[in-house]
Unconditional design. Structure first.
Length: 255
């Protein structure tokens, strides 16, 4: 569980165990060797560190490359559908906050009309919310892509670049992160992912603070078992098309 510095149910008082923060900051073989030299090879966290420093980065890039190759015909079809439906651009790059608070550019298939066409569908940015369930700015093809999460496929390129992982907290907009409380920045201890714990636990229906708590849960418990569970659940969500507003399940993973 998340630790608190007092008994008050105040989210600002969430803290993480120092060992979790230290593990999250380790990278590559050197990070693994430093950990073993300091704590020994029989430490309870050694398996987790081996996975996060060596195997997970290798698996991320390998799986991303294989998926891009296998899905290339689908990518071309989606690109053609977007072009025929609403023209260019087909892929957008957007600023997001990555590991350590760095700004990264993520890639997505365009699912909305260009801003200059918003008024044509009756959207007023001054009087209407930025996110809504029946957003008139979303194109016909875009609705299908969002329901199936296929708009996220280009982020496999981000995984190849090393900016993202297959599994991890979702990368958030910089303007939203600017309003974060201190405890919420713990989600930036690890690389953001294409899919993650909060996506398969409820996705768009959950309020932002609960999404952040679920992301921090992932930081606390990240490991091969949890990553496999999230990956399998993500496939189920995509093919069942139930996950856009509610998918609930229980999974207990010991730190």
């Amino acid at each position: 569980m998340l630790e608190r510095t007092s008994d008050k149910l105040v989210r600002e008082e969430y803290t993480l165990p120092p060992i979790v923060i230290e593990i999250a900051n380790l990278e590559g073989p050197r990070g693994l060797f430093d950990f073993i030299r300091r704590y020994g090879i029989s430490n309870r966290y050694t398996t987790r560190v081996i996975y996060t420093t060596l195997f997970k980065p290798l698996l991320d890039r390998s799986v991303a490359l294989v998926f891009l190759i296998l899905l290339s015909p689908l990518l071309l079809l989606i690109g053609l559908a977007i072009y025929l439906d609403s023209g260019r651009p087909i892929i957008l790059s957007q600023d997001r906050v990555g590991r350590g608070g760095s700004i990264i550019k993520i890639y997505k298939f365009r699912t909305m009309l260009q801003p200059e066409k918003w008024s044509d569908v009756g959207y007023d940015p001054d009087s209407m919310p930025h996110k809504m369930r029946d957003d008139p700015r979303v194109t016909k093809v875009g609705r299908i892509l969002r329901k199936t999460s296929l708009d996220e496929i280009p982020q496999l390129l981000n995984v190849l670049k090393g900016d993202m992982s297959l599994v991890g907290p979702r990368p958030e907009l910089p303007e939203i992160v600017e309003r974060y409380q201190d405890w919420q920045h713990f989600r930036h201890l690890v690389k953001p992912g294409i899919t993650g714990w909060w996506q398969v636990m409820g996705r768009s229906e959950l309020p932002m603070h609960e999404n952040t708590e679920l992301d921090i849960y992932y930081v606390l418990h990240q490991g091969i078992k949890l990553d496999i569970e999230i990956f399998i659940r993500t496939i189920w969500v995509v093919f069942s098309v139930k996950g856009l507003f509610r998918v609930q399940f229980s999974l207990r993973v010991k730190l």
